[in-house]
Design a protein around this ligand. Sequence first.
Ligand SMILES: *[C@@H]1O[C@H](CO)[C@@H](O)[C@H](O)[C@H]1NC(C)=O
Ligand SMILES: *[C@@H]1O[C@H](CO)[C@@H](O)[C@H](O)[C@H]1NC(C)=O
Ligand SMILES: *[C@@H]1O[C@H](CO)[C@@H](O)[C@H](O)[C@H]1NC(C)=O
Ligand SMILES: *[C@@H]1O[C@H](CO)[C@@H](O)[C@H](O)[C@H]1NC(C)=O
Ligand SMILES: *[C@@H]1O[C@H](CO)[C@@H](O)[C@H](O)[C@H]1NC(C)=O
Ligand SMILES: *[C@@H]1O[C@H](CO)[C@@H](O)[C@H](O)[C@H]1NC(C)=O
Ligand SMILES: *[C@@H]1O[C@H](CO)[C@@H](O)[C@H](O)[C@H]1NC(C)=O
Ligand SMILES: *[C@@H]1O[C@H](CO)[C@@H](O)[C@H](O)[C@H]1NC(C)=O
Ligand SMILES: *[C@@H]1O[C@H](CO)[C@@H](O)[C@H](O)[C@H]1NC(C)=O
Ligand SMILES: *[C@@H]1O[C@H](CO)[C@@H](O)[C@H](O)[C@H]1NC(C)=O
Ligand SMILES: *[C@@H]1O[C@H](CO)[C@@H](O)[C@H](O)[C@H]1NC(C)=O
Ligand SMILES: CC(=O)N[C@H]1CO[C@H](CO)[C@@H](O)[C@@H]1O
Length: 597
Amino acid sequence: MLSSIIVKAGLWLSLTIAVAAQTISEDPTTDENLLQFKSRPDIFPPRLFVNTTQDGVAPGYIFMAPYQAYQTSAAIYEQNGDLIWYGWGVTGGSNVHDFKVCQYNGTDHLCFFQGFQYRGYARGQAIIMDTSLQTVKTVTALNSRGSLDQHEFHIVGDSALTTLYRPERYDLSAFNITNGEGWIQDSIFQDVNMTTGELNFEWSAMEHVALSEGYVSPNQSEVAGTGFNAASPWDYFHMNSVDKNGDGDYLISARHVSTLYKINGQTGDIIWRCGGKLSDFEIPNGLNWSYQHDARWLSQNASTDIISFFDNASNGFNQSADHSAGYIIKLNHDATPPTVELLHSYPAPEDQAISASQGNLQILNKDDWANSNTFVGWGSQPAITEHAPDGSILYRAGVAFNGQMNYRAYKFDLPLTPKENPALYTYALSTNDDTTYYMSWNGATEVATWRIYGRGACDSDWALLNEVPKDGFETNFTAQGYQEFGMVEAVAGNGTGLRNSTNRGIKPFVPSASLSQSCNGDGCQIVTQYGLSTGQEVVAETRPGCAALPITIANTAQDQTSNGGGSGENKAAVLGSSVMSMASISVLATLVIGLML
Ligand SMILES: *[C@@H]1O[C@H](CO)[C@@H](O)[C@H](O)[C@H]1NC(C)=O
Ligand SMILES: *[C@@H]1O[C@H](CO)[C@@H](O)[C@H](O)[C@H]1NC(C)=O
Ligand SMILES: *[C@@H]1O[C@H](CO)[C@@H](O)[C@H](O)[C@H]1NC(C)=O
Ligand SMILES: *[C@@H]1O[C@H](CO)[C@@H](O)[C@H](O)[C@H]1NC(C)=O
Ligand SMILES: *[C@@H]1O[C@H](CO)[C@@H](O)[C@H](O)[C@H]1NC(C)=O
Ligand SMILES: *[C@@H]1O[C@H](CO)[C@@H](O)[C@H](O)[C@H]1NC(C)=O
Ligand SMILES: *[C@@H]1O[C@H](CO)[C@@H](O)[C@H](O)[C@H]1NC(C)=O
Ligand SMILES: *[C@@H]1O[C@H](CO)[C@@H](O)[C@H](O)[C@H]1NC(C)=O
Ligand SMILES: *[C@@H]1O[C@H](CO)[C@@H](O)[C@H](O)[C@H]1NC(C)=O
Ligand SMILES: *[C@@H]1O[C@H](CO)[C@@H](O)[C@H](O)[C@H]1NC(C)=O
Ligand SMILES: *[C@@H]1O[C@H](CO)[C@@H](O)[C@H](O)[C@H]1NC(C)=O
Ligand SMILES: CC(=O)N[C@H]1CO[C@H](CO)[C@@H](O)[C@@H]1O
């Protein structure tokens, strides 16, 4: 019995890995779908291809977290596709989902889920970073529930709303599981008070929704589960979003029942169902949705709910419309029976296949949703679009359709100044040649120019060689003559020096006389096989640098006094400069977001 469970789990796991392995590049250095940078050889972020940009696109940066890629993490891009931040290595060693700006402790933060994924669900934790890209808080499962699932991490006021997927033993003999115990995947959400860390509320599908509401039978789809064991429980409900209103009630979306539910925040009772087998609303002919995601209240009172959601319209084997689409619907409770009306739809591009899973709809200006641009993430199709209020497409981009997926995508305008310092790589063909600088600052949004410094020895003063405009994620500059040590300073548009690369200085990579035959002024060829022996003796050579100096930051007094210090973010800051820039950024961020939403 036990061994057969292990064998099944093992087989299932190897299938999952086999599926994933297909999509991962073996050699990222030759993969056109990945970005590469000389100053950050550790990261290979997915390349964002921009296919359409038209007038009327809202300002902001694109937040995604593509997975089934060579590396998987949170990514921020400029609208032109340039990278701003790739979180590989600092977001944790597994998939990231639902990466977005959130409000924590009264200021803008970054929120995401991080965990191990098993087909349609995951096990992990929720993470909050400040605008210096440092983790300040994690949210975990409470009430003996193990770990969180990927589908939701949504902060409303001081409530953190999370989902949990839990295998539970269940008598499934009615479904022909008669040889032993059956298993279902319960869908749970929790509401955690962020101030106290206490559990406000918890709701379980198993306690409120019968198995017969589901459209997906055991083993019927790739994520349904057989119902045979804890590694493959039957996922009859599949909760995928949770929202909360001012009355303390909840709106949830569940994919395998194609239903939106309003849940009483005191008793857990279902107040109404919209869609699915037991809909309390009459749904007009032609308005069919199914397997939907990301249901959000836009406005809500006793007579009317306005709700936005993403209609997958398919789960890969049962389709309710030609295309996936973003929808805004109006529920009218005063009609008898209550009705649903489609107010807006944001359909997928004609030539884009239906999204088989995942996806989301972001109303960019929720206060004026009827006249707002909308931003759509197409889930299993790792594409994004921005739509004008009439639904027409203003912007279209995506990472390569090579097996990568992206659960949710967003657009936000938020200034970021990382705690990490800028990165620099320098190169010279010989010590008689010019020196090329390659500089980047992963996560920085405020850099306009780079100041280039050089010096001949550790005890010399830095000479300012030039100041050049920032050019995408990584800027290069060729300085005249050989620079034994290099340093760069990131400079804001107002001329303020924001941060330096390491003040020890960086020594150039200089090929030896024999190696330099494979190099030119721009660098050396990429190696693909071992060459012939040069006959040289192997020397255990080191490349000594200068000692690190304490970092002193000039002129932060004004900014510190004007903000009074004491923000939660400051705790994470070590350097004076981080304190300065983060405090002022919080203020700026609040202004920018205030204008946008
Ligand atoms: C259970 O088995 C019966 C008889 O073979 C079959 O008709 C029915 O469809 C099965 N039910 C399920 C849920 O597989
Ligand atoms: C969270 O706890 C604080 C402090 O007890 C309380 O003031 C607040 O109302 C709570 N929030 C929620 C959503 O329960
Ligand atoms: C397909 O979806 C429709 C409507 O959502 C439902 O009535 C039908 O039972 C589903 N079919 C299957 C095989 O799941
Ligand atoms: C589950 O579905 C897969 C794919 O259709 C099929 O190969 C497999 O035999 C099914 N498993 C069981 C136990 O019926
Ligand atoms: C809803 O489904 C019906 C039947 O499958 C189809 O004819 C109709 O076009 C669909 N409506 C929409 C809005 O796609
Ligand atoms: C309820 O909301 C709807 C839609 O926003 C609005 O038209 C209506 O006037 C509101 N009703 C009340 C009583 O506030
Ligand atoms: C964008 O264009 C590229 C190259 O033509 C294509 O491979 C890709 O599928 C397109 N992506 C989207 C989201 O349309
Ligand atoms: C200059 O710009 C930076 C980055 O946007 C900002 O943090 C700083 O407050 C500005 N300084 C002045 C004096 O405006
Ligand atoms: C960077 O280093 C230069 C040279 O030492 C110095 O003048 C400048 O103030 C430093 N900039 C910052 C932001 O620390
Ligand atoms: C420097 O950057 C420019 C613009 O991105 C690029 O075209 C050029 O190839 C780069 N030069 C070197 C030496 O890498
Ligand atoms: C929240 O912010 C307040 C005031 O800015 C600060 O005193 C407090 O420490 C912060 N709390 C957390 C948990 O970061
Ligand atoms: C989450 C979800 O239901 N995704 C489905 C959307 O539609 C496509 C295409 O049919 C399916 O493959 C996905 O599984």
